[in-house]
Design a protein around this ligand. Structure first.
Ligand SMILES: Nc1nc2c(ncn2[C@@H]2O[C@H](COP(=O)(O)OP(=O)(O)OP(=O)(O)O)[C@@H](O)[C@H]2O)c(=O)[nH]1
Ligand SMILES: [Mg+2]
Length: 293
């Protein structure tokens, strides 16, 4: 929370201290890197700002801020994550421990039903690692009126997904949202398990209706990039959701992930309740990141 604030606070303080131009650019580059935007993007942005400054296109603090916002926005990749009506869609939800996967699944189900009339959504409790995870999904499903397909704790996650897909076919469901275990992504077995799940889904679903959705925690910095990279290398990520955006003014890592992995962001989680999910808002994000609101 402090770090997001501090990026915008630092940018505010950057101007008006009687700095030389070189100092200003050096400090700004450091602030951007510290804000998890990534060294390459920071360098490119600074180069372009210098270029514009030389051409006298930017003079005031507001000029700098709007140029910065415009330049950073070019790196952001935003995409709509929406099930195709009349088909079975499968969204496999991934992420490390505690980022907000299970909560996000409930929010997505609620969102697609409420705003897009998606029918007969099934939730798949393929996080069989912890008994509490299965109970948590059942509780959310009961609260919101979604059927949950589960097996016993410790069951093969691939088997749970297979069951869910069979059930979805019988019921003409339009969407399966599958929870997965958030065990440490560095463990080989997790990657292996994901590859197996991925193969099962690919065997039963049309490629274009299958999305692998990564959840990251907005309060996490560089480590979120490493997580995204590992999942992306393992099975390929189609979309990222930024959870816990309400808990922090941080989130520079979004730009770093878009630029480094070329994966788009679709939603942001803005609280713990079912309605606390909104489409990724580029303007809100940049204004909040740079403190330009
Ligand atoms: N403030 C806030 N809290 C959130 C948000 N999303 C999830 N949480 C909270 O984060 C905590 C973890 O969420 P879970 O959905 O259980 O996370 P998970 O990734 O499924 O966790 P594991 O199953 O243990 O790997 C819970 O207390 C959620 O209420 C959000 O957008 N904002
Ligand atoms: Mg969970």
């Amino acid at each position: 929370m402090l770090k997001k604030r501090s990026l915008s606070e630092k940018i505010k303080k950057l101007f008006g201290l009687g700095k030389t131009e070189d100092q200003l650019f050096d400090d700004l580059e450091e602030i951007l890197i510290e804000g998890d935007i990534g060294p390459r993007v920071a360098m490119e942005v600074i180069d372009e700002l210098k270029n514009r400054k030389n051409k006298s296109k930017i003079k005031t603090r507001d000029d700098y801020l709007s140029a910065l916002s415009q330049l950073l926005s070019q790196y952001l990749l935003i995409d709509t994550l929406l099930p195709v009506k009349g088909r079975l869609n499968v969204f496999l939800v991934l992420g490390v421990n505690g980022v907000g996967k299970t909560t996000t699944i409930a929010k997505l189900a609620h969102y697609f039903k409420k705003h897009h009339g998606v029918g007969k959504i099934l939730l798949s409790a393929a996080d069989t690692f912890r008994a509490a995870a299965i109970d948590q999904l059942h509780l959310l499903g009961d609260q919101l009126g979604f059927k949950v397909i589960s097996q016993e704790p410790g069951a093969d996650p691939g088997a749970v997904i297979f069951d869910t897909l069979s059930s979805a076919e019988k019921r003409s469901s339009e969407l399966v949202l599958a929870d997965t275990a958030g065990r440490m992504h560095t463990k080989n077995h997790l990657v292996k398990e994901l590859e197996k799940i991925d193969k099962i889904i690919r065997g039963k679903t049309n490629k274009s209706n299958y999305k692998k959705v990564l959840v990251i925690d907005a309060t996490t910095g560089q480590n979120a990039y490493n997580q995204a990279e590992i999942f992306h290398n393992a099975i390929g990520i189609d979309s990222v959701i930024l959870a816990k955006y309400d808990s922090t003014a941080k989130g520079g890592i979004v730009i770093s992930i878009c630029n480094g992995l070329k994966v788009p962001f679709s939603f942001m989680g803005i609280g713990e309740k079912p309605d606390d999910l909104v489409s990724f808002d580029k303007e809100l994000y940049l204004n909040s990141l740079l403190g330009s609101t």
